[in-house]
Ligand binder design. Structure first.
Ligand SMILES: Cc1ncc(COP(=O)(O)O)c(C=O)c1O
Length: 474
């Protein structure tokens, strides 16, 4: 493809993208292909001769698109969203075109310095204290791993990095039983052993019981363990529950334990000042992660990781072979030393384009609207005698199940709710995902897709009720 052909096909591709967004509601939200449907349509080997772009684009439309789930569809109510926006897409086009490898300041000074500034903008936008320094990671999973590795090194006086664990280093890490699986994964990777992750029971709101946390720490101390880190969730994945940060903060300060906050989804709500209640206790927090690639309209991937003592982070990861030495190293940030990977994408550009194009006021308006839509739906459905609300809704995620007045068998109820959810998902009209809360099958209604409007919520609710009525009356 030469430059003239590239120009032609780039316009063609942008036209396709625009048509995609114009027609997004015509797509089934969730792909209905079966395993290997896509794979079996693909050529067995790499083509020997180049093919025309028209052929490639046509095959993309006929083979790949049916196998895609449409995360930008306004009736995507599953998991947590992965929102993008037009300015973010445009920035990504430029990032991909330049394909700069931004590991060091010297390999693209603007990428490093824009990242520094964007992390300051983000810090201010979500109301974090000034002591936090930020770096973009790919995902919250990576950020949490970085936090636990840094805590490990700081507590072991950087010995584990050098000599590995010795038998006296019996570290314990604490999170709630509702915390995300990425924490357990990080524990395994960091070498602590998953048996040393202590899952603390939650209260009736699915928030960590801080009294139990205190008891667990006391017991571990008396058994000869070293409490190393606590991971507090601000917005759990199951029900968007909030651990009591101010209580946990006191405990972490009392025992001198690293406190990491996982606000992967809910962190975006902090741009709205009225949602900063969840930050009470933040002054004791050592590290904090949230994902602008979830709810903040920054295309996947972009995870914002903040740390107070960035020296400890750098000391944990820094490694300086001759070929990476640069003249100005003392005076600049080399973000390759702020995390696991060496090579880094130029993600800051997406933040810059998106913040400048929307303005923070517009972004707040969008988030507030999602929260309002969820509150309105909650008011409407919580009155219905056949609806059981299974968790408090603090932001924009409703956890509920259908519970016919005449039905009391748990298994029967699980089957009913599962079949309602499967039917709407199979229809392509909307997409939901579930969890279990207190052992009860729970439908999660996440109202956070950037393009969602009241009509999408209401028509989807009608559809769910229609399916429910049909199922219980036949
Ligand atoms: C609370 C929470 N933490 C962590 C993660 C992991 O996020 P990532 O995919 O960025 O690693 C998720 C994903 O949904 C999450 O909900």
């Amino acid at each position: 493809m030469n430059i003239d052909e590239f120009r032609k096909h780039a316009y063609q591709t942008v036209d396709w993208i625009c048509e995609y967004f114009e027609n997004i509601e015509k797509y089934p939200v969730r792909s209905s292909v079966k395993p290997k449907d896509v794979y079996n349509q693909l050529s067995l080997t790499v083509p020997a001769k180049g093919e025309s772009f028209d052929e490639i684009l046509n095959d993309f439309k006929s083979t790949i698109i049916p196998g895609m789930t449409h995360w930008q569809h306004p009736r995507f109510f599953a998991y947590f969203p992965s929102n993008n926006s037009f300015p973010s897409i445009l920035a990504d086009m430029i990032i991909n075109s330049m394909s700069a490898q931004c590991m060091s300041w010297a390999t693209s000074p603007a990428a490093t310095e824009l990242e520094e500034k964007m992390m300051e903008w983000l810090r201010e936008a979500i109301g974090l204290p000034k002591q936090f320094k930020g770096v973009i990671q790919d995902t919250a999973s990576t950020a949490t791993l970085c936090a636990l590795l840094t805590a490990r090194e700081k507590v072991s006086n950087y010995e584990v990095n050098k000599s590995g664990f010795n038998k006296n280093q019996r570290y314990r890490i604490y999170c709630s039983s509702e915390a995300h699986s990425s924490i357990e994964k990080a524990i395994k990777i960091a070498g602590f052993g998953s048996n040393n992750l202590v899952k603390i029971d939650v209260d009736s709101q699915f928030s960590m019981d801080s009294k139990r946390l205190n008891e667990a720490i006391e017991k571990d101390l008396s058994d000869g363990y070293t409490p190393l880190a606590i991971v507090a969730a601000l917005g759990t994945t199951g029900s968007v529950a909030f651990d009591p940060l101010h209580e946990i903060a006191k405990i972490s300060e009392q025992y001198g334990i690293w406190l990491h906050v996982d606000a992967a989804y809910a962190g975006t709500a902090l741009i709205c000042e009225e949602e900063r209640w969840m930050l009470k206790g933040i002054s004791a927090v050592d590290s904090f992660v949230f994902n602008p690639h979830k709810w903040m309209m920054i295309s996947f991937d972009c995870s914002a990781y903040f740390i107070k003592d960035e020296e400890s982070l750098i000391r944990t990861f820094e490694i300086l072979p001759e070929y990476l030495k640069t003249n100005e190293a003392e005076r600049v940030n080399n973000y390759r030393d702020w995390g696991i990977q060496l090579g880094r994408r130029f993600r800051a550009l997406k933040l810059w384009f998106t913040f400048r194009s929307f303005g923070i006021d517009k972004m707040k308006e969008i988030i507030r609207n999602h929260i309002l839509l969820a509150k309105n739906l909650e008011t409407k459905i919580s009155k219905l005698p056949y609806i059981e609300i299974l968790a408090p809704n603090k932001l924009n995620v409703l956890c509920f199940r259908f519970k016919p007045i005449t039905m009391s068998d748990e298994l029967e109820m699980e089957k009913l709710n599962q079949s309602i959810m499967e039917e709407i998902n199979d229809s392509g009209f909307a997409y939901f995902s579930h969890t279990k809360l207190n052992g009860k099958y729970t439908i999660r209604f996440v109202i956070g897709q950037s393009n969602v409007k009241e009509e999408h919520v209401l028509e989807t609710w009608e559809k769910l009720e229609e399916i429910y009525n049909r199922k219980v009356n036949t």
